[in-house]
Design a protein around this ligand. Sequence first.
Ligand code: CAA
Length: 258
Amino acid sequence: MDKFVSCAKQDRVVTITISRPNALNALSVSVCEQLTETMQAIIADETVHAVIIQGEGENFIAGADISSMATANVLEAEAYARLVGRCLQTVSECPVPVIASIRGYALGGGMELALACDLRLAGQSAKLGFPEINLGIIPGAGGTQRLPRVTGTAKAMELILLGQIIDAQTALSMGLLNAVYLDDILTAKTTELAAKIAAKPLQAVKKVKQAVQAALNLDIRQGLAYEISCLIPLFSTYDQKEGMAAFVEKRKPIFIGK
Ligand code: CAA
């Protein structure tokens, strides 16, 4: 079986690379299956503190695989859309932060994968958008749901309705990206960000992700109660005791992730 998804672990950071450069890394059935399996293995590995997702070569991902949909009947299209959706949901449910590192095209399902990540860094070559409307469809892997949560509905409507492709600076100004760098230093900057997160106390990092994700689905009272429910268990962790002791003793904390 061809391998489209590879995974490298360095220290506590895993970098996933989607490798189908001849199709601009489009999310074929095999890519989705392999990415889901890879994410499941990462989720089960408690030594992982942060994850990076990137595309091989010049591009992130140019979307769902149009050749998987072009001649699909309704049932086949539904099965494929659900497969892509499940794959991206697995990314979103990874308990540690996932960073999308975007060069070149991040379109349709590729942009949806980036939105399923927690942080998005881009190179200046990045070109982002939702061209689905031009294919007679709409985003089907979270674009209509995750994009308005990031940009607000007006910008989301504009991007999805027009199917326009925007550059990295425009995406940055819309809050779609955390930062934009020269392409040459994107990998180094992404690694640096992942390493910074990986050095933080792991249990607190996981709770940040849980609490911030919950903020999108809960009203403010429920959200504040949920925040407290995330905070309190941290007082039973080694790293909380170490972090506060180090502050009091005016030294650097040594976190162990527990
Ligand atoms: N699916 C399958 N193959 C794709 C692809 C995709 N999404 N995007 C690009 N490719 C393939 C092309 O067919 C081409 O293959 P061949 O060399 O075998 O012909 C190869 O990748 C290179 O692409 P181009 O020759 O088109 O490269 P370009 O530089 O001229 O154009 C592009 C780049 C503007 C990104 C153009 O490829 C394009 O418009 N791609 C489609 C983008 C798109 O519509 N994405 C949304 C898909 S639908 C979706 O994602 C639904 C969802 O929400 C789940």
